[in-house]
Design a protein around this ligand. Sequence first.
Ligand code: PLP
Length: 484
Amino acid sequence: MSESAYAISAWHDTAKIYEQLNALIKQPMRAIRRDKMQEVLAYFETRCAGSKKLTDEAKKLIPGGVQHNLAFNYPFPLAVDKAEGALMWDVDGNRYIDFLQAGGPTVLGSNYAPVRDQIVNLLQTCGPVTGLFHEYELKLAQLVNRYMPAVEMLRMLGSGTESVMAAIRAARAHTGKKKVIKVGGAYHGWSDQMVYGLHIPGTGTFEAAGIPRGCSQHTQEIFPNDLEGLRRQLMLNRLWGGGTAAVILEPVGPESGTRPVYPDFNQKVRELCDEFGALLIFDEVVTGFRLGMGGAQGYFGVKPDLTVFGKCITGGYPMAGGLGGRRDVMMHLSAGIGGTGERAYVGGTLSANPMSCAAGYFALTEMERTQAPVIAGRAGDRLCKGLQEIINRRGLPFVAYNQGSIVHLETSGVMLLDFKNPIKIATEMKPRKHMLEEMGAAYMSNGLITLAGSRMYTSMADTDEVIDEALNRFDTVMGFVEGQ
Ligand SMILES: Cc1ncc(COP(=O)(O)O)c(C=O)c1O
């Protein structure tokens, strides 16, 4: 594994993390004390009146009041006024340290001016979209190919979800096989076939309301790190299922490494794919460029057949999606010149628009110039180390670990529940989920924005001062926990 140009300074001790996570799950919950929770809720009532008014009004016209899965926060969503670098302000003027970073794309920090200025220039000449070819499409493809040689060709699409759809379609067209194997718990967007085994491994179609069963009949899941299970499934598919078109995975582990991989996992999956003639798809929607310009594939030194992009590929500008990979597979997506073999249909009126491609080109160029992934990774290390110190000093059962700029803080452990133990799921899922919502609210009322209360993305804007301020705030919140 290559470390000098990457966000990850050293791969964590995966076995030790699982040990700690299993211990956390076995213990009773350690939630925020009720008196402190009253104070947290009072913050929202008294200091966030503007957000409450706007989002209450929104509930009349917008289902649930928010349109983004990440924007729902207990007890009600915040309405944002301003974001810059490491900070964010709500409409009531409250200031927050922002570890959501839009869900991960802004490795340079929010609303980074040098990229914004280039986009403003572009908008003044050709606007955001024309429907015809623009030079930045080529410039971005050249850049990605230079950073990730496995991306011999690139096609820009509207989102990570669309790019996963395109990857699976291309893999099926290329191999003539149907089955797609994913790792349980991973999120690969919300297409019909991928709303399968979400969040918690082994849950299959649990969250597939509105999706006919047939849509995921060729989707299969294995348990995280279960190479024997993968071999078995590949074998079964070869014998009875018509074969496996592709194995798709997040290379740090499901849910951005919430269930982290062992360091040789990706290489072992590569070998199994080669043995069984399946394509290997890396979903680098989160890791692509966040872990380094070479992505997770560069860090692990494993070459996927196809790579799915999202988020960072446009530096946080809409529409963030792309599929890259082997020329012979990518040519199935050919819309124009030299298409070969069976065409895997993809579309998108606004895909590959000049604005997204220019944003990607300038953001990636800046990330390379400034070494933003490495700086963000070191900020993640500092944050994680500080959280571990707080947890140890206070004798809490919580677990903090990071893969560079992706920092996990497990307090309720809800994401780590296991479907192999359905009784525990039935009795503990809801209360543990609520505890996590309360933790998120407590962080927020202390000026910290996280992803759903358990994950943080750091950026280049997270200086030591920012991280140290954040750690003081986390320490305050940890002092609210039962038994403190
Ligand atoms: C690993 C992974 N794949 C795919 C997606 C879907 O991308 P999008 O939200 O752009 O559709 C996400 C979104 O968070 C993701 O984290």
